[in-house]
Design a binder for this molecule. Structure first.
Ligand code: ACM
Length: 696
C-alpha cells in the first residue's frame, strides 16, 4: 500500500483529461474508468474490437485464469454484441496478449501484489501482471475501456500502470437481519470484481438470524434462522466464486451481543433466563453470551474450529459491538464471578470474553477482526480493528500499533449521497496526523450494507452504484477526489453493472409498477417523476419516523423502499440551478431548461391524484406530490420575476419560503430533494438576491 508518486509531467495532463470526461467529450471518447488507475498515459488511435478479436494467455497458468478470460470474453461479447471466440489463440498475434508472472498465494493474503500494466495501441493490447490478481484487475480495466464508436467498438490507446492504494477494500453484507439469497450475493461479488474490491465481509449471525449451517451445532441454524440459512456446501461455492474474482471472504460471527438467534437453540449460552425467540425488531437488545460460563468456550472452540475449516481466509471477525450489559448486570452469578476475578466493570468483562475468544480463533489458525469495541487495554496486538464509530478510533488503534480498517463514513444503509462517502478518506481526520509508520497500520476500508431495510429485491440498489465511489476511494491515489468527475463516471459504471446482472436500476420500475397497480402511461409517468425526486430519510431516522414499529415481517413495498437512496434527477436539478445562478441569471438556455422542469413538477400532481385515489401505496405520497407541485410553482414564479427584471416582493418571498419549509419536512419517510435548490431561486429572485444584487 505504499503510495507511488503519480502526478508528474505528462501524467498530470492525462489525469486532467480523465478527471474531466465531459470536457473532452467532443474530441475523443471520455475515459470513464472507475476506479481511476494509479497512472495512465493516453496514446493515439484506438484498438478496434470486432469479431477477429482474440486473446492469448502466457506465463503462469492456472484454471482460475482460464475462467477469468472466459468471463472477460463473455462480458466483452455482451458489451459489443459481437460473437467472439471463447478459446485462447495459440499464436503470439492475439489482439490481447496476457502474461501472468507467477501464482498468487493459495489463500489470498492482505497486501499481495495486485498490480498490472495494460498497454493498448491501435494494433494490439498487452496485459502484464505479476500475479493472477493483477491480471484479473487488468481485464476489468480493459472492459471499461471498450466503448461504442462511430465505426464499431474500440478501446482507446493507453498505457496504464496500476496498483491499489490500500490492500483491504471490502464490502460487508449483512445476511442476518434479512436473509440475502445466494444469487444476490454472487452478483454483488461480480460487481465488486468490476470495481476491484477484494474483501467480502459476510455478516452471518445476528439477533434476527444465525445464517450458516453448523453440523456440530445444528440447533444454531435449525432454530435460529426460520429455515433461511446457507448450507456449508453453498458457502464453499461462494468462497470459490469469490476467489475466482480475487476476493477474500471474511466471515463474521457477532458476539457476545447481537446474538439472540443463537440462544433459541442454545439458551445455556445466554446470560439471561430465557426462553429466547428470534428477534423480529431492529435495535440493540439485552441478550448477550455469558462470558463466565465455561460451556460457552467449549462450544465456541468447536464452532470456530468448524467455521475456520470452511472459510480459508486468515481473518475471522468476532463482532464485539453494542453490548448493553443489561443481562450481565441482572445475573447474580455473573456479578459474583466478576467480583471473584477482579473484573471491575462490563467493559472489562467484555475484554475478558474477547481475550478468551481471540485465543480460540488463534488456536484455529486465524487472526481476529473486531468492531472498535474490542479495542480495550490488554487485547493482543495482532487483532484488526474495524472502525465504525469514527475515524478517531481508527487513528487511535493505529497509534497503539493495531491494524485497522475504516467503515465509519462508508455505511451504505445511511442513505448518504455517493459524494459524501467519496469525501471520506481512511487517511484523513485524525489519521492524517499519524506518522508514516503508523499509517502503514491502516489497511483500507469496508463499505457496510446493514440489512434492516433491504431485501433480495432492493439490496442491489442500496449498494450500487454508490459503492463504486467507495471502491475508487480505496483503490485510486488519494489525490483523485473530484466529485464531479466521480459522478460522471459513476453513471457510466452504473449502467455497466446492470450488464453483469445487478438489478439496482431495473428493480425500480418493477417496484413502482407494483406500487401503482393498474395505471395509465401518464399516471405512471407522474409517479415516476415524483419518485425520481425523493430520497428515503437519512441516517437512523428511518426507524424513528416509521408509521408503525418496523420488524423483519414488515413488507418492503412502499415508495420509500423503491426509490434509489440518491436522486440523480434531484442532484442534476441542483447543478442546473447553481449554473444558472453562477451566470448571474443571464443564461437564457439554462432558464428555459429550469422552466421546463418546474412546469412539469407544477402539473405533475394533477396527473398523479387519480392514481393516488386507487392505490393505497401511491396515496401515501400524495402530500409529497402536492409539495412538488408547490415547489414547481414557486420556482416558476421566481423565474418570472427574474425575466421581468422586477425583484419579487418581500411578502411573496416569505410566502414561498413557508411553502419550501413544508416541502423540506420528511413525509412518508421521504425527503423532497429539490427543495433547497428552489429556495435558492426564490432568494435569488428577491430584492438583494443574486439576480438583482448587481442592479441595486
Ligand atoms: C455496528 O454498526 N454496530 C458495527
Amino acid at each position: 500500500m505504499a503510495q507511488k508518486p503519480w502526478l508528474n509531467g505528462l501524467g498530470m495532463i492525462i489525469v486532467w483529461i480523465v478527471l474531466h470526461p465531459t470536457m473532452i467529450a467532443a474530441q475523443q471518447p471520455a475515459l470513464s474508468l472507475i476506479p481511476i488507475p494509479a497512472n495512465l498515459q493516453a496514446g493515439s488511435g484506438s484498438l478496434r474490437v470486432d469479431s477477429s478479436f482474440t486473446f492469448a494467455l502466457a506465463g503462469h497458468s492456472e484454471p482460475r485464469l482460464g475462467r477469468a478470460a472466459e468471463r472477460f470474453l463473455r462480458q466483452l461479447a455482451l458489451q459489443t454484441s459481437i460473437p467472439l471466440s471463447p478459446k485462447p489463440a495459440k499464436n503470439s498475434n492475439a489482439t490481447l496478449m496476457i502474461h501472468t508472472g507467477h501464482a498468487s498465494r493459495e489463500i489470498q493474503e492482505v497486501g499481495e501484489d495486485e498490480s498490472y500494466v495494460l498497454e493498448v495501441s491501435a494494433t494490439g493490447a498487452k496485459l502484464i501482471a505479476p500475479t493472477p490478481l493483477g491480471t484479473m484487475h487488468g481485464l476489468q480495466t480493459f472492459l471499461q475501456l471498450v466503448n461504442v464508436s462511430p465505426d464499431g467498438f474500440a478501446a482507446p490507446a493507453v498505457t496504464i500502470h496500476d496498483q491499489p492504494r490500500f490492500p483491504w477494500r471490502g464490502l460487508m453484507i449483512d445476511s442476518a437481519r434479512h436473509f440475502i439469497p445466494l444469487d444476490v450475493i454472487r452478483r454483488n461479488l461480480d460487481g465488486m470484481e468490476a470495481v476491484k474490491m477484494n474483501v467480502f465481509h459476510w455478516h452471518l449471525s445476528e439477533n434476527q438470524g444465525f445464517r450458516i449451517e453448523s453440523k456440530k451445532f445444528p440447533k444454531l441454524h435449525g432454530l435460529g434462522s426460520d429455515g433461511l440459512y446457507y448450507t456449508q456446501e453453498e458457502v464453499r461455492d461462494v468462497i470459490a466464486y469469490a476467489r475466482d474474482r480475487g476476493i477474500r471472504v471474511v466471515p463474521e460471527f457477532d458476539m457476545p451481543g447481537h446474538s439472540t438467534a443463537w440462544f433459541v437453540g442454545h439458551p445455556e449460552l445466554a446470560s439471561g433466563k430465557g426462553p429466547y425467540e428470534i428477534e423480529r425488531r431492529w435495535g440493540i437488545f439485552d441478550p448477550a453470551i455469558d462470558p463466565t460460563n465455561e460451556k460457552v468456550y467449549k462450544l465456541l472452540d468447536d464452532l470456530i474450529g468448524e467455521m475456520a475449516r470452511i472459510f480459508p481466509d486468515h481473518f475471522f471477525h468476532i463482532g464485539g459491538d453494542e453490548v448493553n450489559g443489561k443481562e450481565w448486570d441482572a445475573n447474580p452469578k455473573i456479578q459474583a464471578y466478576m467480583k471473584d476475578h477482579g473484573i471491575k466493570n462490563n467493559d472489562a468483562l467484555q475484554a475478558y470474553f474477547s481475550g478468551r475468544v481471540q485465543k480460540l480463533v488463534v488456536k484455529h489458525g486465524k487472526i481476529v477482526v473486531g468492531w472498535d469495541e474490542v479495542l480495550v487495554p490488554g487485547v493482543p496486538k495482532d487483532i484488526v480493528i474495524q472502525s465504525w464509530r469514527g475515524q478517531a478510533s481508527l487513528a487511535l488503534a493505529a497509534k497503539q500499533g493495531f491494524r485497522g480498517i475504516l467503515s465509519n463514513g462508508y455505511y451504505l444503509d445511511l442513505g448518504w449521497p455517493a459524494g459524501r462517502h467519496y469525501a471520506v478518506d481512511p487517511m484523513s481526520g485524525d489519521a492524517g496526523n499519524l506518522s508514516p509508520e503508523e499509517k502503514q497500520h491502516i489497511l483500507g476500508g469496508e463499505s457496510c450494507m446493514w440489512a434492516e431495510y433491504v431485501n433480495a429485491e432492493n439490496v442491489d440498489s442500496r449498494i450500487w452504484p454508490r459503492n463504486a465511489a467507495i471502491a475508487e476511494r480505496l483503490w485510486s491515489p488519494q489525490e483523485v477526489r473530484d466529485p464531479a468527475s466521480m459522478y460522471a463516471r459513476l453513471d457510466f459504471i452504473s449502467a455497466r453493472l446492470e450488464w453483469l446482472g445487478l438489478t439496482h436500476k431495473t428493480y425500480y420500475r418493477r417496484m413502482l409498477q407494483r406500487i401503482a397497480g393498474p395505471s395509465s402511461p401518464e399516471e405512471f409517468a407522474a409517479l415516476r417523476t415524483l419518485a425520481d425526486l425523493v430520497e428515503p430519510v437519512k441516517d437512523y431516522t428511518r426507524e424513528q419516523t416509521a408509521p408503525a414499529q418496523p420488524t423483519s415481517a414488515t413488507p418492503m413495498n412502499r415508495v420509500v423502499d423503491a426509490v434509489p437512496l440518491e436522486s440523480d434527477a434531484g442532484r442534476h436539478f441542483g447543478e442546473l440551478v447553481d449554473q444558472y445562478l453562477a451566470s448571474s441569471c443571464h443564461d437564457a438556455a439554462l432558464a428555459d431548461r429550469l422552466r421546463a422542469q418546474l412546469s412539469r413538477w407544477r402539473d405533475n400532481d394533477a396527473q398523479l391524484q387519480p392514481l393516488a385515489q386507487r392505490s393505497l401505496l401511491v396515496k401515501e405520497v400524495a402530500a409529497r406530490s402536492q409539495d412538488l407541485s408547490a415547489l414547481g410553482a414557486a420556482g416558476l414564479a421566481a423565474l418570472d420575476a427574474i425575466a421581468k427584471g422586477q425583484p419579487a416582493l418581500d411578502s411573496w418571498k416569505s410566502e414561498q419560503l413557508a411553502v419550501i419549509e413544508q416541502a423540506k419536512k420528511p413525509k412518508a419517510q421521504l425527503l423532497l430533494i429539490p427543495a433547497p435548490s428552489v429556495q435558492k431561486l426564490v432568494e435569488a429572485a428577491s430584492a438583494g438576491g443574486a439576480c438583482f444584487a448587481a442592479k441595486l
